[in-house]
Design a protein around this ligand. Structure first.
Ligand code: C2E
Ligand code: CA
Ligand code: CA
Ligand code: CA
Length: 280
């Protein structure tokens, strides 16, 4: 059951990260998968709460292993711990920029799509990160305004001075930056003022608490208000019900993402939904 590529269930179980032998096998399998091009991007729409328009998408990596589609939850941690995430993130960034550029060129009648790409904390802390992003933008021809990099709140907290410098350099390139999973780490609301970010993505645990948990709802209200005052756009993640969508629209949250609108979809499925949506 553990031979590489052969439907290796044990290999890809989340617990594999704990078992040293399984980890080594997973690392080797990831390396081969990168060499053999077994990764694919899925896209999840980001929607305007007022117009219902698909204004953007988050690119999420999937691994088409011989044993079936593997989700990032099963391999991102090992990829981070082994440093393989740097190669993976670079591939994801280039593929997302390339596909978004292609869709934009094919559909000049549509508002150019914004694409969000996750950057691991490791990638974000590398001194070459800004040059690498610039390089990929140049190679793919994607206008920087169409790219937004998502960095987790925790990823921004290790060295806040370096974080601010890197964020300013990325801003100078013209790309957007989002704080991902906001509210799950140890940062405080004051970081919305300190960090030059364009978007804050509120973690789905808060969305889940809407209308259920008074504190979660109040935190959401506070973040939406404060972000607006700091000129930051808010995306609420994990919207699963019409009640949550209505509540978010009422409290002035401009953008939402979640299974209610669509699960992450293969590129062609997403692109069809984007290009055929009614004009706004
Ligand atoms: P994330 O960046 O917070 O991405 C959102 C995750 O929430 C995705 O899981 C998405 O499928 C899921 N999601 C979206 N809407 C809903 C909803 O309404 N309900 C629920 N229950 N879940 C929802 P996914 O694709 O499995 O990715 C998991 C995590 O793996 C991501 O969390 C991100 O941290 C990481 N990841 C994914 N792709 C990449 C990548 O290309 N590079 C890096 N560095 N990390 C990635
Ligand atoms: Ca290859
Ligand atoms: Ca994300
Ligand atoms: Ca998130």
């Amino acid at each position: 059951a553990k031979s590489a590529g052969g439907g290796s269930f044990r290999l890809f179980a989340p617990a594999a990260a704990e078992d040293p032998r399984a980890r080594l096998e997973l690392e080797a399998a990831l390396r081969r998968a990168l060499d053999d091009g077994e990764f694919e991007l899925y896209y999840q729409p980001v929607v305007d709460t007022v117009t219902n328009e698909i204004v953007g998408a988050e690119a999420l990596v999937r691994w088409n292993s011989a044993g079936g589609v593997v989700t990032p939850l099963q391999f991102i941690r090992v990829a981070e711990e082994t440093g393989l995430i740097v190669r993976l993130d670079a591939w994801v960034l280039e593929e997302a920029c390339r596909q978004t550029r292609e869709w934009t060129i094919a559909h000049p009648e549509r508002t150019p799509l914004k694409v969000n790409v996750n950057l691991s904390a490791l990638q974000f802390s590398r001194s070459s990160v800004v040059a690498e992003v610039a390089d990929i933008l140049r190679r793919t021809g994607l206008p920087p305004q169409q790219l937004c990099l998502e960095i987790t709140e925790t990823g921004m907290m290790t060295d806040t001075e370096l974080t601010i410098t890197t964020l300013e350099e990325l801003k100078a390139l013209g790309v957007g930056v989002a704080i991902d999973d906001f509210g799950t780490g140890y940062s405080s609301l004051s970081y919305l003022k300190r960090f030059p970010v364009d978007i804050v993505k509120i973690d789905r645990s808060f969305t889940a608490g809407l209308g259920q948990n008074l504190v979660d709802s109040e935190i959401l209200v506070a973040v939406v208000r404060l972000a607006a005052a700091c000129n930051i756009t808010v995306v609420a993640e994990g919207v699963e019900t019409v009640e949550q969508r209505r509540a978010l629209a009422e409290l002035g949250c401009p953008l939402i993402q979640g299974y209610l609108i669509a699960k992450p979809q293969p590129a062609s499925t997403f692109a069809d939904a984007w290009r055929t949506q009614p004009p706004v």
